[in-house]
Write a protein that binds this ligand. Structure first.
Ligand code: KIV
Length: 264
């Protein structure tokens, strides 16, 4: 069993091999995902919505994230573990360093993910200098939901598209090791993916990204409303494990996402 690291993902990008990622929040699902050979397990703050039943991710605490990351760590041997920094846990570089260090040392995260563009560039640089690798997250960033006024596709206007592209370049330059693009037009995501040397993982960002991530509860049809960019893989499978394997195969063979799951 070869552990997936950031170097593995960089090699996959270079080789044009698609990266498959799913969220998980506990040891048993982490084990199933790991056995199915998912490349990245994301302990997302989406847990505020899918586990805790909140309408947004904004109430998730640092202790919640550490707790769920620790559970995932217990079930996972091969996949890389990325964990979200919750809302307002990284408002300054110093605050971010203290909280990210907890997520790594107490939770077992290997990479931490935070949302935002130029405003977090200094924080990304600071964490990187202290040896904590950062995954950036641009586009529809759920922690800014009240600024966006809803879960809408971002980057459709030239001005916001340019902003997202510039932010992506700035964050790579600041030392981000990976980038998540959420709900942006597929052509913009394709252009960013081509420009970046770091792996770019899309969710509602089209098939040209280096990889895909979805919320586990969405692909298992557990969540009340399925986002358009997601797909219920359990409907056509005979078990949870088969559904997860089918998702990974679909990502790797570029059969997911299709035109139905992306935006122009
Ligand atoms: O919190 C989460 O699950 C995420 C993904 C949807 C990208 O950030």
């Amino acid at each position: 069993m070869e552990k997936v690291t950031i170097n593995t993902l960089k090699e996959m990008k270079k080789a044009g091999e698609k990266i498959a990622s799913l969220t998980a929040y506990d040891a048993n699902f982490a084990r199933i995902l790991d056995e199915a050979r998912v490349d990245i397990i994301l302990v997302g703050d989406s847990l505020g919505m899918v586990l805790q039943g909140e309408a947004t991710t904004l109430k998730v605490s640092m202790n919640d994230m550490i707790y769920h990351t620790r559970l995932v760590k217990r079930g996972c041997q091969r996949a890389m573990i990325v964990a979200d920094m919750p809302f307002m846990s990284y408002a300054t570089p110093a605050q971010a360093l203290g909280n990210a260090a907890r997520l790594v040392s107490e939770g077992g995260a290997e990479v931490i993910k935070l949302e935002g563009g130029s405003v977090v560039a200094d924080t990304v640089r600071h964490l990187n200098e202290y040896g904590i690798p950062v995954c950036a997250h641009l586009g529809l960033t759920p922690q800014s939901i009240h600024k966006f006024g809803g879960y809408h596709v971002q980057g459709r206007e030239q001005k916001t598209a340019t902003q997202i592209m510039n932010d992506a370049e700035l964050l790579e330059e600041a030392g981000a090791v990976m980038l998540v693009l959420e709900c942006i037009p597929q052509q913009l995501a394709a252009d960013i993916t081509k420009k970046m040397t770091i792996p770019v993982i899309g969710i509602g960002a089209g098939s040209k990204c280096d990889g895909q991530v979805l919320v586990l509860y969405d692909i298992l049809g557990i969540t009340e409303r399925q986002p358009r960019f997601s797909k219920n893989f359990l409907e056509s499978a005979t078990s949870v494990k088969a559904a997860i394997e089918n998702y990974i195969t679909a990502v790797k063979s570029v059969h997911f996402p299709t035109a139905d799951h992306q935006f122009d």
